[in-house]
Design a binder for this molecule. Structure first.
Ligand code: GCU
Length: 445
C-alpha cells in the first residue's frame, strides 16, 4: 500500500474513532428510564364497549365482533390498507452453502416474486424478495425464526460468499463505509446480522429478507411502490403505509416457509427490531399463522401506547417517516388522544399466541413504560383464552412463565447478544419441539 493511501486510511480510522467515541459517549449519557412503572393505564379498557360494539365477555365476542372492528380501525387511522394476498411464485433457488466441512447448515437464497393486484414500479412490475434461509444440520422439521432486517442481505451473514445486496434504494445508514460501520458500532453486533451459529446449534432455522425489496425505506421514493400495493378503491388518506407493506411481506414469507418440508409450519416465529418490530406485530395481528412474536424496541406504532405521546410523538414519526403510515395518521399529530384505538389492542389481536416485548433501559424514544402498560392492557383478552395473567410487576424482573412477556436490558436502541439470549429462552419455552411439548404446550385458540 502506498504511503499516501496509508495516510488516508489512517486519517479515516482516526476520524471514525473520534466520531464513534463522541457518538457513543453522548448516547451513554442518555438517562435510564425510571425503574418504577409510570404512566396511565392503557385506554380504552380492552373489554369495554367500543363504538357501537357492546362489552366483550367471551373469546367469540372478541374474535367475531371486536377483532374485525379493531383491524379496520388500525388500517384506516394508522397503517393504511393491508395489500391483498394474491400469491407468490418462486423465481429461483440457489444453495449458497451446503452442510459440509464445519458449515453451520444449509444456506439458500430463494427469490420470490410477490403477486400484486396491479403492477408497480419494481423491475418487471412486481416485487422480488430474496429470502435467505438457513436450515441447521440434522433432522427437521425445524422451528423457524423469520423476520425482515434493516439493511440489504449482503450484511446479513458477513462471511458468507454469494450474498448480494438489494438494487432498491437503501436508508442512508446502510450505505456501507463509515455510516455502515457506525450502525454496527452503536446499534450492536446483531444490528444487521442475527447469530446464525447459535441458532443452528439450538436447532432453529432462520429466514431473513430485506423488506426494502418491496418498499424502499426512503420517504418520497417509497410512494409509487405504496400506491401500487394499495387495494383499488381505497380512500387516498388510507393508502397502504410501508409498515403495512412490510407486514404483508412477512405473511408472504410465511406462505413460502409453511409448505417447506424441512420446516415446522406450526413453529414459525416472526420477529423484528424497531420499525420491523412494528411490522412484526401488525403482521401477526392480521395473520393467525405465526406461532409466536418477538418485537424488540418497536416503540410508537409498535408495542408502546401512543395516546399519551410519551416516547416518540406522533408528530415526529409522521414527519420523519411519512411513508410508514396512512396519511390519515398525521391528523393525530399533537393530539394523539383523539385516536380511539391504542397499541394494547393491537397486541391483543395476537391472542393467545406468545408475545415477547424487548426494551432497553436508555431507550426513552422506544418507550419501555408504554410497552409494559400495553401488555397489561392486552392481558384481559389473553385471560379470555385461559392464559396465565401477565403478572410481572417490575420492569427489570422478567416473569419467566408468561405467555405475554417483557424484558428490559441495559443500554440503548439496538440488537445485542442479550436480546437474542432472551428471545431464544422465550422460544424454547413457548414454541417447544414436539418432544418437549407436553408441559409447556402453547395455548390453542
Ligand atoms: C427511528 C424511528 C423509530 C424507529 C427506529 C428504528 O428512531 O423514530 O420509530 O422504531 O427509527 O426503526 O430503528
Amino acid at each position: 500500500m502506498g504511503l499516501r493511501r496509508k495516510f488516508v486510511l489512517g486519517a479515516v480510522l482516526i476520524v471514525t474513532g473520534l466520531a464513534l467515541s463522541a457518538g457513543g459517549c453522548a448516547l451513554q449519557r442518555l438517562p435510564n428510564v425510571p425503574k418504577e412503572i409510570t404512566g396511565p393505564a392503557a385506554s380504552p379498557p380492552i373489554l369495554a364497549a367500543f363504538q357501537s360494539d357492546p362489552k366483550i365477555q367471551t373469546q367469540e365476542d372478541w374474535q367475531n365482533r371486536r377483532a374485525p372492528l379493531l383491524k379496520a380501525r388500525f388500517q384506516s387511522e394508522i397503517y393504511g390498507a393491508m395489500p391483498a394476498a394474491v400469491g407468490y411464485e418462486i423465481v429461483s433457488r440457489e444453495v449458497l452453502q451446503r452442510p459440509e466441512k464445519g458449515a453451520i447448515g444449509t444456506i439458500e437464497r430463494i427469490s420470490i416474486a410477490l403477486k400484486t393486484t396491479q403492477p408497480g414500479p419494481w423491475t418487471g412490475g412486481r416485487p422480488i424478495v430474496d429470502l435467505i434461509l438457513m436450515t441447521p444440520k440434522g433432522k427437521g422439521p425445524f422451528p423457524v425464526i423469520a423476520g425482515g432486517t434493516f439493511c440489504g442481505n449482503n450484511v446479513l451473514l458477513p462471511k458468507q460468499p454469494g450474498m448480494r445486496t438489494t438494487t432498491m434504494a437503501l436508508p442512508q445508514e446502510c450505505g456501507g463505509g463509515v455510516p455502515g460501520f457506525l450502525v454496527t458500532a452503536i446499534f450492536g453486533l446483531h444490528a444487521n446480522a442475527p447469530p446464525w451459529e447459535t441458532l443452528a446449534e439450538k436447532g432453529y432455522a432462520l429466514a431473513s429478507w430485506h423488506p426494502g425489496d418491496v418498499v424502499p425505506d426512503v420517504p418520497v421514493v417509497a410512494e409509487p411502490y405504496l400506491e401500487a400495493l394499495t387495494p383499488v378503491g381505497t380512500p387516498p388518506d388510507q393508502r397502504t403505509g410501508a409498515i403495512a407493506a412490510w407486514a404483508w411481506t412477512n405473511s408472504r414469507m410465511v406462505d413460502v416457509l409453511s409448505p417447506d418440508p424441512r420446516l415446522d409450519p406450526n413453529r414459525i416465529v416472526i420477529w423484528g427490531h424497531s420499525r420491523h418490530g412494528k411490522a412484526a406485530l401488525l403482521s401477526a395481528a392480521f395473520d393467525p399463522r405465526p406461532a409466536a412474536i418477538w418485537a424488540l424496541q418497536s416503540g410508537t406504532a409498535g408495542a408502546a401506547l401512543g395516546r399519551d405521546d410519551v416516547g416518540e410523538p406522533v408528530s415526529d414519526i409522521t414527519t420523519s417517516f411519512p411513508h410508514w403510515f396512512a396519511p390519515a395518521y398525521r391528523a393525530y399529530a399533537g393530539k394523539p388522544a383523539d385516536l380511539d384505538v391504542d397499541q394494547h389492542q393491537l397486541i391483543a389481536l395476537l391472542a393467545p399466541r406468545p408475545v415477547l416485548i424487548g426494551t432497553g433501559r436508555r431507550d426513552q424514544w422506544g418507550d419501555p413504560h408504554g410497552s409494559f402498560r400495553a401488555l397489561q392492557g392486552a392481558d384481559p383478552v389473553y385471560q379470555l383464552y385461559g392464559a396465565p395473567a401477565f403478572s410481572q410487576i417490575k420492569l427489570r424482573q422478567p416473569d419467566s412463565q408468561g405467555v405475554l412477556a417483557f424484558y428490559m436490558r441495559p443500554g440503548l436502541h439496538g440488537i445485542h447478544t442479550e436480546d437474542w439470549e432472551e428471545a431464544l429462552s422465550f422460544f424454547d419455552r413457548t414454541v417447544p419441539t414436539p418432544a418437549s411439548n407436553a408441559p409447556n404446550s402453547r395455548l390453542k385458540p
